[in-house]
Design a protein around this ligand. Structure first.
Ligand code: GLN
Length: 447
């Protein structure tokens, strides 16, 4: 695997840090544990994998693809990393991403963009673009990503791999560098749903170090790898099929719906209504939380500090001006604005109300359906550079993914075809709260 990284990563730039020495050390330790019988039943023992660079790894640089954390080496492991190590995983390195997970293309990375392994002129998607591309380019067997508004599902869709975001509270966020805490959730990206389910099983579980972590009865996702969707009720929001949706993506989805029907599922169209409110509400809430979360990067406690200062005010100001990229600054300014006393009710409070409405419309849909099926993204991977020129267009491309985070639901993206350029198309299956097993079963049956 490390050889493949050496051969391919100069082309695709999936990794920010390759921790070769650590990986060999871990491999030796895991071998010893396997020999002593300590890892019996640990399916993923010895399997090399990659971690998004916003998840803290003890002794390995964790940059969030930002200049401001370019020298940050955590002194502790995130809970997910602890769990992975315990089950014998081998961490190859830290993957490229949009700076602080803000973006949909992995082009806002301070370390330079990642490239789509299916066509290097196109983006990988984002923000977990490095993780998805690493799996697609066989530079890792599976990878961790984080998903605030689609950052696992959308790059998985663009790179032709599978990605799952579990129900909010299923995976501990302890050690995940926060973007928007009420939306962020760690999940896994793999070559198929079996790999995603197996790795999700390892990292899930209640954690006292994360106040939003929820104790659940069963985390045995691999038990849902069953090829049977007879009688499963699948709803498809007809509001998803408007002008913004690419024709080739639409065709692939209709074919996928037919596959499910043939296998005995009940597939019906219905109106979700709330779709058009998702983007504005998401961007108000995400930016508000980001402006608060990112205030901790001030050049004093850790990370980059400007060499140009006289006095404390200048330390803050120059560190932040020099340390953050344009997209991050844009969002912090939007966030500070919508939270300011004069505009709080007009924007932030309104967005919270809309969030409640979106939640209700999903609840209503789940009274009738087990699963909601739709596209992951309106198009296949755009050409590199095209989104940076038009951030609003980039925001709008999150239309199908963000409402799932606003409602805290589990959701998976899996490949369902190719466009005429050969680029992968993804479909998104969303379940009820804690309905991971439904979407895993459906994805497995489809595969
Ligand atoms: N593209 C969305 C954003 O820029 C989602 C990012 C994410 O899920 N981290 O906020």
């Amino acid at each position: 695997q490390l050889d493949k990284i050496k051969e391919r990563d100069p082309e695709y730039h999936c990794y920010i840090t390759v921790s070769e020495e650590e990986a060999y050390k871990q491999a030796d330790e895991v071998q010893a544990r396997i020999d002593s019988g300590d890892l019996q039943g640990a399916h993923l023992a010895g399997v090399p994998m990659a971690v998004k660079d916003n998840i803290c790894t003890e002794g390995i640089k964790t940059t969030c693809a930002s200049k401001i954390l370019s020298n940050f080496v955590p002194t502790y492991d995130a809970t997910v990393i602890e769990k992975l190590k315990k089950s014998g995983a081998i961490i190859l390195g830290k993957t490229n991403m949009d700076e602080f997970a803000m973006g949909s293309t992995t082009e806002t990375s301070y370390y330079g963009e990642a490239k789509n392994p299916w066509n290097k002129k196109h983006v990988t998607g984002g923000s977990s673009g490095g993780s998805a591309a690493a799996v697609a380019a066989e530079e890792a067997f599976y990878a961790l990503g984080s998903d605030t508004g689609g950052s696992i599902r959308q790059p998985a869709s663009y790179c032709g791999v599978t990605g799952i975001k579990p129900t909010y509270g299923t995976v501990s966020r302890y050690g995940l560098i926060a973007y928007a805490s009420s939306l962020d959730q760690i999940g896994t990206i793999g070559r198929n749903i079996s790999d995603c389910a197996a790795s999700l099983e390892v990292i899930s579980g209640h954690d006292r170090k994360d106040a939003t972590s929820i104790d659940q009865k069963s985390y045995e996702y691999t038990h849902a790898l069953i090829d049977n969707v007879k009688g499963l009720k699948i709803g498809v929001p007809s509001d998803y099929f408007d002008d913004g949706l690419d024709e080739e993506v639409k065709d692939s989805l209709f074919k996928a719906m037919e596959v499910f029907r043939r296998k005995g599922a009940i597939v019906e169209e219905f109106e979700l209504h709330s779709v058009k409110y998702a983007i504005p509400s998401y961007y108000v809430i995400a930016c508000a939380e980001a402006s608060s979360n990112l205030s901790r990067f001030d050049g004093v406690k850790y990370g980059y500090r400007t060499p140009n200062y006289e006095g404390l005010q200048e330390v803050y100001k120059n560190t932040r001006s020099e340390g953050f990229g344009d997209e991050v600054k844009r969002r912090m300014m939007i966030g500070a604005f919508v939270l300011s006393s004069g505009y709080y009710d007009a924007f932030y409070n309104k967005a919270l109300k809309v969030r409640a409405i979106i939640n209700q419309s999903f609840q209503k849909a789940f009274d009738r359906y087990d699963i909601i099926l739709g596209p992951t993204a309106p198009t296949t991977a755009p050409v590199l550079g095209s989104s940076l020129a038009d951030p609003l267009k980039m925001y709008l491309s999150d239309i199908y993914t963000v409402s799932v985070n606003l409602a805290g639901l589990p959701s998976v993206s899996l490949p369902c075809g190719r466009d005429s350029k050969g680029l992968p198309i993804g479909m998104q299956l969303t379940g009820k709260h804690f309905g991971e097993k439904d979407i895993i079963r459906a994805a497995y049956s489809y595969e």
